[in-house]
Write a protein that binds this ligand. Structure first.
Ligand SMILES: Cc1ncc(COP(=O)(O)O)c(C=O)c1O
Length: 386
């Protein structure tokens, strides 16, 4: 956010001045691959849309403003952003990942980057002693998530940042679940923030995109060079859709968080539910750290994701089949509520890794429908106590 603009204002105005050519109030979709040059090497700042495109540039300025500082790069997906971050590594480097890391990130490191000589270890990012032991064994990058996916564990980002700095390890935070409205990892010592913008930043389940934000200008140049070399960019239309989604990030997130808090409390009192993972519950092990860390909006907000455990995989699958308003589907962060079974869906790529999620776990992305309708839907799917 700039000094002059608060978050809600930056979301609507940062990088989005009226179009100088026409006065268009909304940044146009510059649907062009190339830009005419006045003479060789003389142009208006744009040559070819893989390198830069004005719609994407507006998006990147807005993303950087919302993160509070630094430079942003927009990508064609969250995995494209993570892959480009990984392209800053070298053969022989070792990476640390959360032990309940997003399955796609795990797959990239376990089944693709290993072949290129980049190794990884997983660690419970809430256990600082365990993280320190892993850092002592040598690591070039810690890619943490907080809240983690799907167990919603809370990592103490400032403490991880201190440990990484002490051991010369780059510290990246996947902020997909919290977003910059709730939590700004750069302010807690992160070197780079990672997003699947497909989720809350876009907010309407109608695009796939990613982002990296860093306050280190040299590192931003290295990332930009690799992004242009590898080509992992979003097109102008998706950039525009994402820019439009960002405008309502604050009011959407407030509504997601309010609904999720009510759904989590309701689930916590349901006789069939064995455990609820939601950092907003004061019984949650991450509650104290989350209250401090997820307060970027000026008040603690704990996100729109909730997961809970039932007694068995069969019970979890039955509940996933039984909702009507909560659509059964992967992804998260859209205005509509989603339900999924991480073990069989988003985290299926962890099968056989020793990092499998509990079989009775169900994950909810709580949307912004009326909360009483959402609770009635879950009540119907869960049925009476058994
Ligand atoms: C925490 C997290 N990081 C990264 C990704 C990957 O993002 P994308 O699907 O946009 O490639 C996801 C996708 O679900 C995610 O949940």
């Amino acid at each position: 956010m700039t000094d002059r603009m608060r978050f809600e204002t930056a979301a609507i105005h940062a990088g989005q001045e009226p179009d100088p050519a026409t006065g268009a109030a909304v940044v146009p979709i510059y649907q062009t691959s190339t830009f005419v040059q006045d003479e060789v090497g003389v142009h208006k700042g744009y040559e070819y849309s893989r390198t830069a495109n004005p719609t994407r540039s507006a998006l990147e300025r807005c993303l950087a403003a919302l993160e509070g500082s630094g430079e942003a790069l927009a990508f064609g997906s969250g995995m494209a952003a993570i892959t480009t971050l990984a392209l800053t590594l070298r053969s022989g480097d070792r990476v640390l990942l959360p032990d309940d890391v997003y399955g796609g990130t795990y797959r990239l490191f376990a089944r693709v980057l290993g072949d290129l000589g980049i190794s990884f270890a997983t660690v419970d990012v809430t256990d600082l002693d365990a993280v320190e032991r892993q850092l002592q064994a040598g690591a070039a990058l810690l890619l943490a998530e907080s809240p983690t996916n799907p167990l919603l564990k809370i990592a103490d980002l400032a403490a991880l940042g201190d440990l990484c700095r002490a051991h010369g390890c780059r510290f990246a935070v996947d902020n997909t679940f919290a977003t910059c409205f709730l939590q700004r990892p750069l302010e807690h010592g992160a070197d780079v923030v990672v997003y699947s913008a497909t989720k809350y930043l876009g907010g309407h389940s109608d695009l796939v995109a990613g982002a990296l934000v860093t306050a280190d200008a040299d590192f931003a140049d290295r990332l930009r060079f690799r992004q242009n070399a590898a080509g992992a960019i979003p097109g102008p239309f998706d950039s525009w859709l994402l820019l439009r989604g960002l405008k309502t990030l604050a009011p959407r997130l407030r509504a997601h968080c309010a609904n999720a808090a009510m759904v989590a409390s309701w689930l916590a009192s349901h006789p069939r539910v064995r455990r609820v993972n939601y950092p907003g519950l004061d019984t949650d092990p991450g509650h104290a750290v989350a209250t401090r860390q997820m307060s970027a909006s000026g008040e603690p907000l704990y996100g729109g994701m909730v997961s809970f455990e039932l007694g068995s995989e069969d019970e979890a699958l039955e509940v996933c089949r039984g909702t009507r308003l909560f659509f059964l589907g992967e992804s998260l962060g859209g205005v509509e509520s989603l339900i999924e079974h991480p073990g069989r869906m988003t985290h299926a790529s962890l099968a056989g890794s020793g990092l499998e999620v509990p079989p009775g776990l169900v994950r909810l992305s709580v949307g912004i429908e009326h909360v009483e309708d959402l609770i009635a839907d879950l009540d119907h799917a869960l049925g009476p106590a058994r």
